[in-house]
Design a protein around this ligand. Structure first.
Ligand code: SF4
Length: 326
């Protein structure tokens, strides 16, 4: 495995607010990513997916659990000891233009990793090679970020990320801020590079179209836990956790008849300060029963894991017709 995460927890100190000294942002998650595989973390904002990605990249301290990269534990690495890892695990940040240094030319941006890691190379030739890999002509090497469109800036960000042939790319909302037509181009580019370079990818997004387009497997996060994990296509065909079913039903559908099938989630997302007892989704779950209010469901299954006492059958609808609120 390129990445193995076990029982990872991330807590945040909160002084003595509401009789607590810390809250759990990530509450014990485990997953693996194999070479050449794309794994997506999905959830509403505040679900913990970005915190989890930052923890995996060692940008956020963890409070418990293990992270192994390419077979070696990395969760204890600090400071300069993380530098070799940065060559093999590259990050792509959300804002395509804002994540590029405004005073650097594209040539210097895409070859920055060579200088940072002291790798000797013909930087001019490397810039041309990297730009060509992401579908940009060599003319772009002399431009500055403000002279790029959002899609071109994202391509430059991808070129920078793949500069030193990393084994894993962590991409936070890779299509954020891009027009729909450009989003498809960027996703095709990521798929293409994954196949050509054998990259593994961890994608963090709330955009289910992105997940469907690029991810082999996915995890759905709610209040810092995985409620459902499995192969993307299988989950899209038949979500088994009610929260997954609600998210998928809220995915904008071109077919107006399908839009009527949306599943309502009536209540607000609970605060991390006051996690509901039992199943933490029971305050919003249309399928909740008495047992759900007292007993937390353990994730069941191997390839497909679902944390629900009453997993859904394919196509199962909520017990009562609801108005759409998600
Ligand atoms: Fe809903 Fe109960 Fe399943 Fe939780 S355990 S998701 S409340 S049915």
């Amino acid at each position: 495995m390129i990445l193995s995460v076990r029982d990872l927890q991330v807590s945040f100190p909160v002084g003595r607010l509401m009789n607590r000294s810390a809250i759990l942002g990530v509450a014990g998650v485990s997953f693996d990513i194999a070479a050449g595989e794309t794994f997506a973390l999905v959830g509403e904002s505040g679900s913990g997916k970005t915190t989890l990605a930052r923890a995996v990249s060692l940008l956020q301290p963890i409070s418990a659990g293990e992270i192994a990269f390419d077979g070696k534990r990395i969760d204890g690495l600090r400071g300069a000891a993380t530098k070799p890892l940065r060559r093999e695990m590259a990050m792509m940040f959300q804002d395509p233009v804002g994540s590029l240094s405004p005073r650097m030319q594209v040539r210097d941006i895409v070859t920055e990793a060579f200088r940072v890691h002291g790798v000797e190379a013909d930087l001019r030739a490397e810039a041309d090679r990297l730009l060509s890999l992401v579908g940009l002509s060599g003319d772009f090497a002399n431009r500055f970020p403000h002279q790029l469109s959002g899609g071109q800036a994202r391509r430059v960000g991808v070129a920078r990320a793949i500069a030193l042939n990393p084994k894993l790319i962590i991409a936070d909302e890779p299509t954020a801020g891009l027009d729909v037509s450009v989003q498809g181009e960027v996703l095709n580019l990521l798929n293409d590079l994954r196949e050509r370079l054998g990259l593994a990818m961890l994608i963090i997004t709330h955009n289910l179209h992105v997940v469907h387009h690029v991810a082999d497997r996915m995890a759905v996060m709610y209040l810092g836990r995985f409620v459902e994990t499995g192969e993307t296509e299988a989950i899209f065909q038949a979500p088994a956790h009610p929260y997954t079913a609600a998210l998928l039903s809220a995915n904008p559908e071109p077919d107006p008849d399908k839009a009527k099938d949306r599943i309502s989630l009536p209540a607000e997302v609970p605060s991390l300060f006051a996690r509901p007892k039992g199943c933490e989704f029971h305050t919003r779950c249309p399928w909740a029963q008495a047992r759900c209010k007292t007993e937390a469901p353990a994730a069941q299954g191997t390839d497909r894991r679902v944390a629900c006492h009453f997993p859904l059958s394919p196509g199962e609808r909520p017990p009562a017709v609801q108005e759409t609120t998600l």
